[in-house]
Design a protein around this ligand. Structure first.
Ligand code: GLA
Length: 450
């Protein structure tokens, strides 16, 4: 854990043949739990995550050549190496060196690196993978912190935490996921005892103290959502449909207002030149997107281009649903979720846990019905949580598996945990005991350690 972690604890685990150098650096990088604001970040709307005391820990040392050698304490991740050079190509999807490559490539570009130093990197982690707690971004940030030091660059002097977050959010697209900047930003800017409200384009953060009498409990559904595996396309379908919806809105609003109008992301409706109200956005959505479901042909007709171009520009290989693409529902989720984040921030500031809990429940329904990122296990887990003491419960992270987060009065933690163990893990899943259920203890943002 971060408060007790020392470099000696990592040193004890180091593979000797890797680290014969005296000059070793260390860092720790936490995961995150998103309290509310799902699939809003890449749309330019806000999120409200916390950093948690489950983290990636790392040792690194410079090499004399330009090879990057990776070693992971977890035997599922075999040692790997690659050359640091002007063009670094991706390894096959799912290979863990891609996350390190993502960090290295982004910094090479940012600092116009010409000499391409090599380094050794040792990883050990208490952060579960593929459970929606941001293990991927934590690894990319870990690579970036290690490589910054190898390059002789100082965090805070040569690059700010917000700049690094923005750079790594973009850099992570190298692994194939078209995510937003929530994970990288909170990992680098979160704070113990606080939620981190993040707004985007440009990125800015505000720390908000958490409730004292309530805790957030994370429960792993045990269904894995491997973002670089089968879930990649399902995840990317979210951004793809939202950007397509923007194109339809842009076309409509250009006719209404100004031919030069640009709607790059849904957030531009709210905070860009237009500054539309919540209801205006809903009205214009109904006008621009005339039906709940639109076929590919209908979308092409509305945009006055061919269906092939709609695929090329926005949809890629996403399969056309039988009923058509539910673009209105996607917008409905994004803008109501943004409103819920704003109201949740207010509820935190007012110490109003019940309102916060209600917003979490509404968020889960919208994630399930309008964004279609829930699965039966997450629905059942949130229902059980609410039945046994949670005043709010929702899926957290990208969806399609992973974890839920529930707001529980401190006084009811044992009652909650005992019953969720019985009803979900034992009765519903048939497991002997609970797995991956813990109180989300918050912690400081990523840092170097001595
Ligand atoms: C993933 C992405 C984030 C965000 C969430 C959904 O964690 O990395 O940027 O889009 O999904 O809220």
């Amino acid at each position: 854990m971060s408060d007790t972690l020392t470099s000696t604890m990592i040193k004890n685990k180091l593979p000797g043949h890797f680290f014969n150098s005296e000059n070793i650096g260390f860092c720790r990088v936490p995961g995150r739990v998103n309290l509310i604001g799902e699939h809003t970040d890449y749309n330019g709307f806000s999120v409200l995550p916390v950093t948690i005391k489950k983290e990636v820990q790392c040792a690194f040392s410079r090499r004399d050549d330009n090879e990057i050698h990776l070693f992971n304490e977890d035997p599922r991740f075999q040692p790997l190496s690659f050359l640091n050079q002007p063009e670094i190509l991706p390894s096959p999807t799912g290979s863990w060196d891609n996350y390190i490559k993502a960090g290295v490539i982004a910094l090479n570009k940012k600092f116009k690196v010409r000499t391409f130093p090599g380094f050794n990197l040792f990883i050990k982690s208490t952060l579960p993978i593929a459970t929606g707690l941001s293990s991927s971004s934590a690894l990319v940030i870990t690579a970036s912190l290690a490589y910054l030091k190898i390059l002789g660059k100082e965090l805070g002097r040569d690059i700010s935490r917000l700049e690094l977050a923005e750079l790594m959010a973009e850099g992570e697209h190298f692994v194939g996921t078209k995510g937003g900047g929530m994970d990288q930003t909170v990992i680098l800017n979160g704070e113990e005892g606080h939620a981190c409200k993040i707004d985007f384009f440009p990125i800015r953060t505000a720390l908000i103290p958490l409730f004292e009498d309530y805790v957030f409990i994370v429960c792993d559904s045990t269904i894995r959502a491997q973002k670089t595996g089968a879930c990649l396309h399902r995840y990317n379908a979210g951004p793809r449909m939202c950007f397509l919806a923007c194109a339809l809105l842009e076309k409509h609003l250009r006719n209404e207002f100004d031919n030069d109008l640009h709607i790059k992301r849904l957030g531009d409706l709210w905070s860009g030149d237009l500054c539309l109200t919540f209801n205006e956005i809903l009205d214009f959505t109904e006008q621009a997107i005339p039906k709940e479901y639109l076929s590919l042909k209908e979308i092409a007709y509305l945009l006055d281009i061919t269906p092939q171009d709609v695929r090329k520009l926005w949809l890629g290989e996403i399969e056309e649903p039988e009923k058509g693409f539910p673009l209105r529902a996607r917008i409905q989720h994004v803008i109501t979720e943004h409103k819920r984040v704003e109201l949740s921030r207010d509820a935190l500031l007012a110490n109003d846990a019940y309102t916060f809990g209600r917003l979490m429940n509404e968020s889960h329904s919208s994630c399930a019905d309008n964004y279609e990122i829930s699965i039966p296990e997450l629905d059942i887990l949130t229902q059980i949580a609410r039945k046994y003491g949670a005043i709010g419960s929702r899926l957290t992270g990208a969806g399609f598996g992973g974890c839920t987060v529930s707001l529980v009065p401190r006084a009811k933690v044992d009652y909650f945990m005992e019953n969720v163990e019985k009803q979900y893990y034992q009765k519903y899943l048939g497991l002997p005991s609970a797995q991956g259920m813990f109180i989300a203890e918050t912690c400081p943002s990523a840092s170097y350690i001595n």
